[in-house]
Write a protein of this length. Sequence first.
Length: 519
Amino acid sequence: MAAVGDVPSNPASSPGGPKSTPGTSAGTASGVGSHDLTGRSLGEFKLLRKLGRGGMAEVYLAEQTTLRRHVAVKVLRSEFTSDAGYLKRFQQEASAAGTLSHPNIVQVYVIGEQDGVHYIAQEYVQGRNLKEFLSRKGPLDVPVALVILKQVAAALQAAGNAGIVHRDIKPENILLTKKGEAKVADFGLAQLTLQGEKVALTQVGMTMGTPLYMSPEQVNGKPLDTRSDFYSYGVMAYHMLSGKLPFRGDTPLAIAVQHLNSPPPSLKALRPDLPDAVCEFVQKLMAKKRDDRYPDAQTVLQELKQLGRLVSGKEPADDFEVVAPTRPTPKVPTGGGRVLIWDRPWQRQLLWLIPLCLLSAGTAAGAGWLLRVQNPFETPPKPSGVPAMPTPQAQYYHALSNPGDPAVWQAILDRFGSDEKGRIECDRAELQLAMIELREGRLARAEEKFNKLLQDGEGQRNTWKKAHGLAGQAIIASLQGRADDSRKTLEQVRGMTQKLDAVMDDALQETMRRNGRGR
């Protein structure tokens, strides 16, 4: 998980983090921060390697020996453990965070101490954090941003119900798993750093990363509540959709003053394609007065649900009412004339119960079959036609619901191929069609589509298209056993890998490993 104080990478989720050689074990708190604890055991956790360092803690990948699983262990730095009052507050806050159990919250397992070394063992999340994701992808498509925002809001709702305020919502503290889940990290440590007291913007752990998302009341040192998290959440949403932060400055203080007094630049001006309702949603989250923001996470989730319907082109469910046909209620005799099924002889009960049980079992089996979770790449195309959506973004959002069906991606090209506003969606639709051909082993057709991406990219000076076209060519050459040709193409991709889609990036990494094995 990302460490409070802006660990440079995603230390809890990056299995390829910096490896450290075993060093001298710190026997006391004073040793923490000056020695590498790799190889040492803290309780049932054996520290395997250092993953990163933040303003408050050093993070290690560890094995929990009793359960034989990987966890992330944060070892607190000595300056945060020398003060007894500070340490007590940390233990209370971290313990409170440990009570949170939610799929979108990084789980705290153990808060412990050994030989003066204070540590937290938490869930180890493989993937990357949102900051890294944004640096690679730039502004996110609205559907993708809404999915992430819904999951973070769900985490804030669970925390709010438990009376816990995070106080440090920012992209570094949002971890994205390979399954597409968003998990909020560092509830305990964030509480410790920003307890609601007045915060000096130069103190340890208060780096540039935190004031970038800090609420006005946080800057003023006022008591905080869930609405303070919403402000930071709104700044994060602004960053996700625009690719930029609303406020920048040479010093943390300069940024903090803007959070207090300056309105953010218009999100609509930066992203004219954004629906007005989305821009208004972010603007309300970032209101200077907390009373002008959304009152609770449930309201935020309801608003996100409405935005999702808007983007997908669907009408709100509240506009429809399903009325079941009614039948006259049969009159049942009362008193001694009432007939109950359990009053009948058991042989007659069986005549009723056997078909009822068979019907119930059949219904349950049918429901289970209909509700089974399928691999999205194995989902067969829908037999019905692709519905026409009002905007390219809505058509793209619909396609995401059945990504293995080439018809949904072709529909984007057919309906919005000549619309400049749909250029981004059409580019991604072309890539998806090429990837479907590649996954299904139709290499000649896949190569044709990747070649078109490359040619269009060079003609339009579109680095995104060019990078994916070259990457596709490299993958196909490798699959055809032409490792040397694949390596030569890979050389051309160097310097453009930050443009690659995450799935394509993973496929390219596998191609490089395959080429290496073929030497």
